[in-house]
Write a protein that binds this ligand. Structure first.
Ligand code: PML
Length: 258
């Protein structure tokens, strides 16, 4: 590890409570960056500060993992285009989410199932559920863990944040969700995504397609601390390939084009 310009470093940090197995252990917070060697120490400090503030003493374990990535293996991908819609009620926002998912090629049955699956979660999932976009059947076998996305960041922090601001949005949640949704959308068999946050103070969620990141508010009531993600994939999707891309392929997301 060090200053070599041929490499970037994937810095990942996760906070959790203790437990004897993964189901008992509660995920509290996680964040990650892909940075150059000379940014590594500052980024670790910033992420640690953020996790400590976010978890306010609740974490029993904080894991920091740093992996060296050859720049030649990193995919540079476009950001999704941002749209924002406001509704009077959660029911209206969910209705609009279903209509958007249908617009993106998901069947009405699968779109409704996605909304119901997140609504009926008894605890938030760290990853997402993968659903067949036509039948609505859940096709991953990751249970409460879900399928995670990792090794991703924006290409240029200040250009990316400025482009978000030009679209009228800002903040860590949008930054991270946009990077995650843009990476997911680049997977071969991906069709769409549905998500809302587990943060009890954050009621905006989104639906995404291969081109659009459509923010919808409110997707849940304030004080509700359950959220989740559903990825809709083409029938007969290659799940192993999708999971390998989600978890392992390093990706940098370009700033939004004007
Ligand atoms: C999350 O907290 O993981 C989901 C964040 C959703 C962000 C929606 C937005 O404001 O664009």
């Amino acid at each position: 590890m060090g200053e070599n310009t041929h490499y970037l470093f994937s810095v990942r940090m996760r906070a959790a409570t203790n437990g004897s197995n993964e189901n008992e252990r509660q995920h509290l917070s996680g964040c990650e960056r892909l940075v150059s060697g000379d940014q590594m120490v500052t980024v670790v400090q910033n992420l640690l500060q953020r996790i400590l503030t976010h978890t306010r003493g609740k974490a029993d374990t904080i894991n920091i993992q740093i992996d060296k990535m050859d720049k030649a293996t990193i995919h540079l991908i476009p950001a999704l285009k941002i749209e924002s819609l406001e509704f009077a009620t959660v029911k209206q926002a969910h209705g609009s989410a279903i209509a958007s998912l249908v617009e993106f090629g998901v069947s009405k049955t699968a779109a409704r199932k996605g909304v119901e699956l997140i609504k009926n979660l008894s605890a938030s999932m760290r990853g997402g559920m993968v659903l067949d976009a036509i039948t609505g059947e859940r096709i991953d076998s990751f249970g409460v863990r879900g399928v995670r996305l990792s090794h991703m960041d924006c290409e240029n922090e200040s250009a990316f944040l400025s482009s978000l601001a030009e679209s009228g949005v800002g903040g860590e949640k949008v930054r991270e969700a946009m990077i995650l949704a843009s990476k997911a959308a680049f997977a071969k068999d991906y069709m769409a995504e549905l998500c809302w946050s587990d943060d009890p103070h954050y009621v905006t969620g989104y639906v995404a397609s291969k081109e659009i990141y459509r923010r919808l508010s409110p997707m849940k009531l304030k004080e509700d601390n359950i959220g989740g993600r559903v990825f809709f994939v083409k029938p007969n999707a290659d799940l192993d390939d999708l999971i390998d891309f989600f978890e392992h392929q390093p990706v940098l997301v370009k700033a939004l084009r004007k």
